[in-house]
Design a protein. Structure first.
Length: 145
């Protein structure tokens, strides 16, 4: 199947599929014209790659895990180690986020800023003023891959 069909069947964009190839997660065949050709088996790999990304694994770890997951003799210890490391990293990120939220709320209280509760006005309907704009995007992406 071609990249468009794999994209439609897997729900993964063609751009992501090309990224998987550059990261050596997928290795499609090529037609004589140079177009990518994928097998049915690779559809399963794509779905597995997506599941691993959703679970918090980065592409380099996924590259190491795919052969183990695809093997009939799975190395349970290697998988357990990778999953434990991913869980520890996510727990650390979660603790960091919780600490930042506590600091933000402490600063909000110190500055006398009430949380945005968006409650109704006295005797009327809900406050119809526009909600505050979200803070600008912070370039510190915790999940760089």
């Amino acid at each position: 199947m071609r990249i468009g069909e794999l994209s439609a069947r897997s729900g993964v964009s063609a751009r992501s599929l090309r990224y998987y190839e550059t990261q050596r997660l997928l290795s499609p065949g090529r037609t004589t014209g140079g177009q990518r050709v994928y097998s049915e088996e690779q559809l399963g790999f794509v779905l597995q790659i997506q599941e691993l990304f959703r679970a918090g694994f980065c592409s380099s770890v996924i590259q190491e895990l795919l052969p183990v997951l695809g093997s009939s003799r799975r190395d349970a210890e290697e998988l357990r180690s990778a999953f434990d490391a991913a869980e520890a990293r996510l727990e650390s990120e979660k603790e960091s986020i919780e600490a930042e939220l506590l600091a933000l709320n402490a600063m909000r209280l110190r500055l006398g800023l009430a949380p945005d509760t968006r409650v109704s006005l006295q005797g009327g309907g809900h406050d119809s003023s526009p909600a505050a704009a979200p803070a600008p995007f912070d370039h510190r992406d915790r999940r760089l891959r």
